[in-house]
Design a protein around this ligand. Sequence first.
Ligand code: NAD
Length: 294
Amino acid sequence: MKVLIATDKPFAKVAVDGIRKEVEAAGYELALLEKYTEKAQLLDAVKDANAIIIRSDIIDAEVLDAAKELKIVVRAGAGYDNVDLDAATAHNVCVMNTPGQNSNAVAELALGMMVYAVRNFYNGTSGTELMGKKLGIHAYGNVGRNVARVAKGFGMEVYAYDAFCPKEVIEKDGVTALDSAEELYKACQFISLHIPATAETKNSINYALLKNMPKGALLVNTARKEVIDEAGLALLMEERADFKYVTDIMPAAHAEFAEKFAGRYFSTPKKMGAQTAELTSMPVLLLPSRLSAS
Ligand code: NAD
């Protein structure tokens, strides 16, 4: 049995050593493909792999076609929009992710970006504080609930909307649960986005939703760029000089945003949510949860 770690952005050595120890102790062989630059390298490496461990690497139908011996893909991370689940099911390949492992790191980043934005990106001018402000958490999953915990420490008034999480679960944390995204965006000056990128959520954060946010609005995106309707957001930011956008996932229209909305827009240069020493050195991928199987 061959387990392949295919990571464009590699794990820390200690993590790879930890995975190797587990894999070899189980009597399997470990192969490594790191920092690859061409898809052809991935297609070649997967040919005889029975299992693949990935980060944000793309596993599409072409990769699955090439991986004739493949039984399982483990995505080290929460979002799994980089794996074509329908194609995996068609190829009889089980897909798992590791939700919750990086949620504290992402939550800390979201609050850090919030402070950065309200302090005017530390440009020497006077900003505002978070205490007493209304924060709306859009999706109350592993990251969302950690954002709530940290935001309450800042003294924020915390609201949330989740399409699937029961209201009692949200309210148990001392968070006000609302019935719709529309209500959340109307009520809260600050919104932290934590919805996954799915067919339903792609482009769903649009002009109509954002335009109702109160004055001095700030949208923080540590989820995915695909959930944002970039044209709608750009139009709104042109109309509203009080609207700020900070993101951990660089928009396709980054250059346009950086030029037009200087002083109100910030993107990390690459996704930084899970880039902490604690996470990149995690030796084993704990508690994977099954997403697709046949
Ligand atoms: P999670 O699976 O624990 O939570 C997702 C939540 O979204 C669930 O509670 C679910 O009920 C809710 N949801 C799904 N569809 C919805 C909809 N249409 N409307 C409202 N709520 C909906 O995931 P998580 O660990 O909290 O991560 C959230 C997302 O953040 C991931 O899908 C991923 O895209 C992104 N993420 C980014 C980074 C980063 O490095 N920036 C790291 C981890 C996760």
